[in-house]
Design a protein around this ligand. Structure first.
Ligand code: AMP
Length: 284
């Protein structure tokens, strides 16, 4: 059977209902499109682990702040469709903004203080938008498993918290970050970078990896690691801003005072108008 492209929540529910009734497991892969190998790794895991896979492409206005890149977010629908079809996706859900947020929409999912940390400090309404759209997608699709990339580490924490605290019967699966050969995390936003900016961008991952090694080897403290990362990034003249960089507690996202085996090294930088994030998890 080929891939169905459905544009309304009702159509998705009607298509899935008989399958769910028969006990088939559904895997969900939410995306904003402009698909790359990072997205496709999530799709492959879902296709392997579930009877049916639903992917979604929705550039969610609720997770963009004023002045962010909602209007120029990269789109490549034809190529996305053929990649998803080839990967064995059963249903692609591709709603319009008005289909997801009708006039007067006012119900938002607020996950609390964790959404104000790291990226949330610079994008104050971002995780509220993510939490709301993912809750909607879970309600529309009823997935057994939903797949998210560890590249957006904070997002995975936020979504796990929603599923646990709101009793959603879904297994939130975090998948490893897929990288280009120079280490940079694949991202739809990498397409915004000029050639010179693109060759400067891998410094973020280089800094995170070097600090992770130093921390694991006992050569530095979390504070020392932060300084080391900041110095490495600031030495690259094309990096315009370091929004945050540091060692954090992998569960609470608070500053790590002392390293005892586990740490999240994470950062967000701006190159021109392009904002890039990345992280490396050190596990005990
Ligand atoms: P996006 O389209 O950027 O909203 O991403 C959709 C999903 O793909 C999210 O769960 C992301 O975390 C995940 N993702 C994006 N880039 C990567 C990557 N380089 N490696 C693994 N997962 C990724």
């Amino acid at each position: 059977m080929g891939m169905e492209v459905l544009r309304s929540p009702k159509m998705v529910r009607e298509a899935l209902f008989p399958q769910l009734m028969r006990g088939r497991s559904v895997g969900l892969v939410p995306t904003m499109g402009a698909l790359h190998n990072g997205h496709m790794a999530l799709v492959r895991d879902s296709v392997m682990e579930n009877d049916l896979t639903v992917a979604s492409i929705f550039v969610n206005p609720a997770q963009f702040g004023p002045g962010e890149d909602l209007d120029n977010y990269p789109r490549d629908t034809d190529s996305d469709l053929s990649k998803l079809r080839e990967a064995g996706v059963d249903i692609l859900f591709m709603p319009s903004a008005s289909e997801m947020y009708d006039q007067g929409f006012s119900t938002f999912v607020d996950v609390g203080p964790i959404t104000a940390k790291l990226c949330g400090a610079f994008r104050p309404t971002h995780f509220r938008g993510v939490a709301t759209v993912v809750t909607k997608l879970f309600n529309i699709v009823s997935p057994a498993r939903a797949y998210f990339g560890q590249k957006d580490y904070q997002q995975v924490l936020v979504i796990r918290k929603i599923a646990r605290e709101l009793n959603m019967p879904v297994d939130v699966v975090g998948c490893p970050t897929i990288r280009e050969s120079d280490g940079i995390a694949m991202s739809s936003r990498n397409a915004y970078l000029s050639e010179a900016q693109r060759s400067a961008a891998p410094v973020l991952y280089r800094a995170l990896s070097a600090a992770a090694e130093a921390l694991k080897g006992g050569d530095t403290s979390p504070q020392g690691a932060r300084v080391m990362m900041e110095d490495m990034i600031k030495a690259e003249s094309l990096i315009d801003e370091v929004q945050y960089i540091g060692c954090y507690d992998p569960d609470t996202l608070d500053w790590l005072e002392e390293f005892s085996g586990g740490a999240l090294l994470a950062g967000a930088i701006k190159i021109g108008r392009t904002r890039l994030i990345d992280n490396v998890l050190v596990v005990s």
